[in-house]
Design a binder for this molecule. Structure first.
Ligand code: MG
Ligand code: NI
Length: 473
């Protein structure tokens, strides 16, 4: 909203997202589609370049989650070098990843979504933003700004720049952490923790008033995927993939991210640049799975930090197995914020945080490297193939928003069924479709590999495909 996205020459393409809602002969909603009608050229653009440039280049795929791309890319290049990344470098990358999760979740929850909850879904769009919120709920608006700033400052203190840090490099990171910077981060931790705790507490107090949203904002059984450690603890930087079903039962576990293509198929559709990944053993589209905060809490056995584990236990009460409503992405985001802050404190308290051995050096030793991490919106994969000299011949990025594509379609259809009346798009429908999509926090810059403002257009189509109504922002 008030976000200014720096548009880089590489990605200066105007974004555009469209939602189509299809009515059948009886005037009932039969289906819905979230399309991203955008030029996708990033993977091709990288071919012929040196893999060593990739962390810096791919951090520019997205102005919203550059750190995730930087890290997934650095991990793919580590794999090409076939080196053991020093423990301190891993620790610092892990901290920066968690800090980005805090700042990105804070942006999603406070800046983009909390105005819907606190001012109402049908408040005028011009007021339904963080500035509108500052009038009636100044402490919430302030908390959002402070928390986001905390995440950004952690990134800045470790990686040097807020956006597009040239800090993660093949084999490690470019510089160690100075003791003074570590102390500054730790000094800001108690306030960040307090904000996370009080936000969770007001959110839980108002959950009862959100039953309608919880029921229809993408509430359906599906698989969930996320990374965990071998003992099932949530892991955002370097885990193995786990899939669970709606009952919370594990259906696949311990999958090395480099083997993602054996488990995840990518279906492309002609009217959208957003591919639709699916769990291969179940086929398309039955293999629909969700990623991101809700999925991560559903797949994990524990968070491994005390405050977040207490919250996780309470969160689980919302489901008999997995928590199924996509509306609870919001709640899951808050639990993850709390966990990430706790974890940053724990990691930076370790003596090796300040070690100066932060980079391993090698020539290219492999011809293929896959790097994956948990980005704010879900699991992110970078897959590179190179020739012996190190020039790239193939690049595949599998991004979180794409993986939620099928689930977003299903959520929109469910919301539309509940709120469509007649052959017109009324404001309540438009507002709720918008809010339902926002629960997933899609990163359209990422999905289309383009940065820019993403206007949303909603179309209502009749049984013959004829346009009945169109509305947009
Ligand atoms: Mg791809
Ligand atoms: Ni992104």
């Amino acid at each position: 909203m008030a976000e200014r996205i720096v548009i880089d020459p590489v990605t200066r393409i105007e974004g555009h997202a469209k939602i189509s809602i299809f009515l059948d002969d009886a005037g009932e909603v039969s289906d819905a589609r979230f399309h991203v009608t955008e030029f996708r050229g990033f993977e091709k653009f990288c071919e012929g370049r040196s893999f060593r440039e990739m962390p810096v280049i791919t951090a520019r795929v997205c102005g919203i989650c550059p750190v995730s791309h930087l890290l997934a890319s650095a991990k793919a290049t580590d794999a090409l070098l076939a080196v053991e990344v020093p423990a301190t470098a891993k620790l610092l990358r892990r901290v920066v990843n968690l800090a980005q999760i805090v700042q990105s979740h804070a942006l999603s929850f406070f800046h983009l979504s909390s105005p819907d909850f606190l001012l109402g879904f049908d408040a005028p769009p011009a007021e339904r933003n963080l500035f509108g919120l500052a009038g009636s709920f100044p402490e919430v608006a302030r908390d959002g700004v402070r928390l986001r700033k905390w995440g950004q400052e952690v990134i800045e203190r470790i990686a040097g720049q807020r956006i597009h840090p040239r800090w993660a490099v093949p084999g490690g990171v470019a510089q160690p952490l100075a003791p003074a910077r570590r102390d500054e981060i730790l000094a800001g931790l108690p306030e960040a923790l307090e904000i996370a705790k009080r936000t969770l507490s007001w959110w839980k107090r108002t959950l009862d008033e959100r039953q309608e949203e919880a029921r229809v904002f993408g509430n359906f059984p599906s698989l969930f995927m996320g990374m965990v450690t071998p003992d099932g603890t949530i892991e955002h930087y370097d885990g193995k993939l786990r899939f669970v079903d709606e009952a919370g039962q594990i259906v696949a576990d311990g999958i090395d991210p480099s083997e993602y293509a054996q488990w995840i198929g990518e279906s492309s559709e002609k009217d959208s640049y957003l591919k639709s990944p699916y769990f291969k053993p179940l086929g398309f589209p039955a293999g629909l799975y969700r990623v991101g905060p809700l999925a991560r809490l559903n797949v994990a056995t524990r968070c491994g930090t005390p405050l977040a584990d207490a919250e996780l236990a309470e969160f689980r009460q919302l489901g008999r197995g997995a928590v199924l409503s996509s509306f609870h992405y919001h709640y899951a985001r808050l639990v993850e914020i709390l966990h990430a802050i706790e974890k940053v404190g724990e990691l930076l308290d370790r003596p090796e945080a300040l070690d100066d051995d932060v980079q391993a050096y090698a020539m290219r030793n492999r011809l293929r490297g896959v790097g994956a991490c948990e980005a704010p919106r879900g699991t992110l994969f970078h897959d590179y193939e190179v020739v012996k000299g190190g020039l790239l011949t193939r690049v595949n990025l599998l991004i979180a928003t794409g993986q939620n594509n099928l689930a977003m379609n299903k959520a929109v259809a469910q919301i539309a069924r509940h709120f469509v009346s007649g052959r017109k798009i009324a404001e309540p429908l438009l507002n709720r479709v918008e809010a339902g999509i926002r629960a997933f926090d899609p990163c359209l810059s990422c999905s289309t590999h383009a940065a820019g403002r993403m206007p949303l257009v909603v179309e209502l189509l009749g049984p013959g495909g004829e346009l009945l109504d169109r509305a947009g922002r």
